[in-house]
Design a protein around this ligand. Sequence first.
Ligand code: ADP
Ligand code: MG
Ligand code: MG
Length: 517
Amino acid sequence: MEGAESIYATYPPRLTAAQEQFLASTIKNWTIQNGLTVRPPTTFVSQEAVSKGVLATNAPVTLFPSPFPKTSFDEARAVQKTYNKLYADISRDENWLGEIIQELIDVDDFISGLWKVHDAVKKQGYVQSLSLGLFRSDYMIHTSSGSQNPSLKQVEFNTISSSFGGLSSRVSALHSELLSFPSGHQISYPPHPLFDGRVPPENAAVETLSAGLAAAHGAYGSSKSSPSLPLCILFVVQEGERNIFDQLALSTRISNFHNIPVFRLNTTEILDLTSVTDSNSSRPLIYTPPHAPNTPFEVTTVYLRSFYAPTDYKSERDWAARLHLERSAAIKCPSVLNQLSGCKKIQQVLADPNRQDHLSRFLPQGDSDTAERLRRTFAPQYDLAANGRGRELALNPETAAFHVLKPQREGGGNNIYKTAIPEFLRSIPESDWKSWVLMELIQPPEEARNVALRSDGEVISGHVIGELGIFGTILWSSNGEILHNEEGGWLMRTKAKESDEGGVAAGFSSLDSIILY
Ligand code: ADP
Ligand code: MG
Ligand code: MG
């Protein structure tokens, strides 16, 4: 197959107005029929209509799959289990993690709040030695001038609420269906050489993520309550979550395939509907469904699709709820320490070329190949220490133009880009600079194009930037034993080139799939 440049000369094939209209309406129907959906935004329908809970619309989705280099896809998959283990080991190394987090604590109330939860549980003693991670490692293709070969660079590693596994496998199914040729006639797309016999690679995100949760549930063992109670998994979610169908893809698989009861709970309901049995030294977490108050369940595993952003902690009561879960016997996905291991600061420290000992510390002694393989995925990252290179690059508009400034936050929409960086830094106290990291911008292929159908029905086309996420799950014990470590499933998100940010939920990008070349 030809290289990216020649593919994009003709890809995606141009659509006539009638073809675009046909494709968009086919996709609109397909998404509703197959649950590739989100709750509508209130910018699109009234708050009153949304609150009835009966409406759904298509998730933002591209009309075409995006070409992606096979060597990079294979490499991203190949390093995932190593990354899973790395972040599990960081979460277990309280001293190393604590030293880095310490630097953030006086300048970042949110990080400090999380560390306090850990401290409080440590004082009482942790009663659960197992932790579960459902991770997503995000990458872009980097095309450096002078090099023919595209390289794979990590944007970030997510350790909490890694989303879109549920919907991304449906986008693969949608594009595969559009690519198929009933009776030898390609109906949906105009012909293109890239389409000949190709469909997106298998996407086992739902199976992989659900199997991770099921593994934790199984490893929990039998009920710790007396008399013993039936066991369940609890999804802790944000009130009014628009991305609910992504989450339901996992919970449905867990109930139907793994035969495990799953309940959903808003963060604000935790203290009302769950209790920790303190009279029992193993502190089981008990959930009483409001619709079945006579059948309480013991929670084996708490899966957080909330509690990752400061806005999830509106009052002290929400912090109390996080502590309540953390001190219980339930296996947390993630634990507070595992959440903290995903801080951008940790990623910057691991990538520091002058402190290679940091990464090596977590890899098998003498295994320089693995270290080298991970390092190849790192883009340059810097702290903003006085007299350091990061500060110099960030304060000069000419060099800042090639960088992004990141705080210790998740969920998109938090970064400062390019020439806005110097001005931004000067607008905040210098003492706060240490809660930010500077990262060199990855430069994806210039020519990539696609067409997207937004949730409000608009179709937009233009130059795009793709971001590939690889899912992984790991279940580990505080003594270092690994009970489950799997890689499987992927997410392609595509955003307009003019947009610096890339979150789908935050409204910047569309779900996509890939065709390997
Ligand atoms: P978050 O945890 O909020 O998702 P990210 O580090 O993923 O934070 O940054 C958000 C978005 O910013 C990414 O999806 C990507 O579009 C863009 N971005 C982040 N880092 C880089 C980078 N080094 N190069 C290019 N784009 C980046
Ligand atoms: Mg993130
Ligand atoms: Mg991200």
